[in-house]
Design a binder for this molecule. Structure first.
Ligand SMILES: *Cc1c(COP(=O)(O)O)cnc(C)c1O
Length: 494
């Protein structure tokens, strides 16, 4: 059966999966959602015997119904291969009675690799399917993590180019080194004299420049975006929840159909929404525990039904969760508004104009699957220390927020259901914060030296991704003013 997608702001705008992947965002500003969530009509017994790649096919084929079997299998094989440092792709580690689902074994040692390693392949197949002749040019502004994961995903993928802008003095030394050493003839990395917002505004201005768009189309190029509202990023993220559940069954850790909790360190609400979709497909998930850092807009939302971005933006040691507008939440809002595009438009209009909206009591009632919690800086550091002391296992500052919120949840509710915690980054990506949290001196060493020390402490080898950039050649050294970004794009595309 064919599954179509519609916009959260116009239920009448109906597209195929491949069209939704190509467009990213609907023209009305809405997000594409499947007309219905397909059920997971594969038995747990079967799932328990599947590899990650086979599970990916079982899940994604239910959503991407206009992809042929061989097209989708080919995308999956190209994505989940030796770029990951473990054949199992996403291992589960038991510590302190919970299972940490490690989503950081890809090229950039953070969970964005799980989706960005397959998105480029989904896009090129979608382009061919819809007879798009132009080369796809991905334009991205990054505050650090997404840029590198997108570069790694798109590098040397035929029919695509990728341009990443980052704030020259606004990312960590390891993050910058990761980006400027990126290989691939189709890649361009440019530093901006300015902050992340300048880079972001510059990219938005280029996307909105109709004349420039036309000029590039004549030269054979078409812009696209790799950001996390694309269903081509959302759907691959459902896979690892199904895979993790099936692994726990296979290993005899849970009974078939035993409900488990899922805890997700959350920023843009993409990862936890994927877990919600997994639940709607029929995966026995009990609570979806949404963990925020000091930017606790979502915690307040789940408590009060009011989403309010009017507050101070806090820089934390879990930077990938420093977000005040969680874009993917719109998909949940649409769902709990009984798929009313009118309600969705009204609330998103209020968010744009006043920075806040209040959902109705009827909508609030439908949030029972979720529990919102948050952890401050000191609490997260304490969680890193606690898990290390109890289990000898080192977690990163994002995962630590989830771990702390799970502890609070357990104390508050007494719920003893088995629990999966999404572990979204390797501690090696944030060695300085991690070493400080563990009470070690970090002032006297650079980030690479700290990685060596962390390795001694945790008995986990320094990941290949960090080893490689230690000595890698810098291949991108372009730095421009924010008002010269368009020129940089032109230069690269000839
Ligand atoms: C992006 C990111 C998150 C937040 O995920 P969302 O899908 O945006 O909620 C959490 N942790 C890390 C390490 C990330 O890179």
């Amino acid at each position: 059966m064919d599954l179509f997608y519609k916009s959260t702001r116009d239920s009448g705008a109906r597209v195929t999966a491949s069209q939704a992947i190509l467009k990213g965002l609907s023209e009305d500003g809405g997000l594409f959602v499947p007309e219905e969530i397909p059920s997971l009509d594969v038995s747990l017994k079967e799932l328990s015997g599947m590899t990650y790649q086979e599970t990916a096919y079982a899940v994604m084929s239910r959503f991407l119904t206009d992809f042929t079997e061989s097209e989708l299998k080919d995308c999956i094989q190209k994505a989940y291969d030796g770029k990951f440092d473990l054949p199992g792709i996403a291992p589960l580690i038991k510590a302190e009675g919970a299972w940490y689902l490690e989503l950081f074994h890809g090229a950039t040692i953070a969970f964005k690799d799980m989706a960005l390693s397959i998105l480029p392949h989904l896009m090129t197949v979608s382009a061919a399917k819809n007879r798009v002749k132009e080369e796809i040019v991905i334009l991205t502004a990054t505050s650090g993590d997404t840029g590198k994961a997108a570069l790694a995903g798109f590098a040397d993928v035929p029919g695509t180019r990728i341009i990443v802008f980052y704030p020259k003095d606004g990312v960590s030394p390891i993050q910058e080194k990761q980006m400027v050493t990126q290989k691939g003839n189709n890649t361009l990395v440019v530093g901006i004299r300015g902050n992340f917002d300048d880079a972001q505004s510059g990219v938005k201005a280029i996307f909105g420049d109709a004349a420039f768009k036309k000029e590039l189309e004549e030269k054979g190029f078409r812009f696209s975006s790799a950001n996390s509202i694309n269903i081509g990023r959302l759907i691959p993220q459902i896979v690892y929840y199904v895979y993790a559940y099936a692994r726990l069954c296979a290993d005899g850790e849970i009974e078939e159909n035993e409900p488990v909790n899922v805890v997700v360190p959350t920023g843009n609400f993409g990862n936890i929404l994927a877990a919600y979709y997994a639940k709607q497909m029929g995966l026995p998930i009990k609570k979806l525990i949404c963990a925020s850092n000091d930017n606790k807009v979502l915690y307040d939302f789940f408590r009060t039904g009011c989403y309010d971005r009017n507050r101070e933006f806090v820089l934390t040691s879990s930077p990938s969760m420093d977000i005040l507008v969680s874009s993917n939440l719109e998909r949940l809002i649409y769902q709990i508004a009984d798929q009313s595009d009118e309600t969705d438009r009204r609330l998103m209009g209020e968010l744009a104009e006043e920075g806040r909206y209040q959902i109705t009591p009827g909508m609030e009632e439908k949030l029972g699957d979720f529990y919102g919690g948050y952890a401050g800086e000191e609490e997260a550091a304490e969680a890193i220390r606690r898990v290390y002391e109890a289990a000898g296992y080192v977690i990163d500052p994002h995962t630590a927020v989830a771990s702390c919120v799970y502890e609070k949840y357990r104390k508050e509710t007494g719920d003893t259901a088995k629990t999966i915690i999404a572990s979204t980054a390797s501690p090696y990506k944030f060695t300085r914060s991690v070493m400080k949290a563990l009470g070690k001196n970090a002032e006297d060493a650079d980030d690479f030296e700290l990685a060596d020390r962390l390795s001694e402490l945790s008995n986990v080898p320094v990941p290949k991704a960090v080893e490689e950039i230690r000595s890698a050649e810098v291949l991108h050294s372009k730095v421009v003013n924010a008002d010269e970004m368009k020129q940089a794009v032109k230069g690269f595309l000839g």
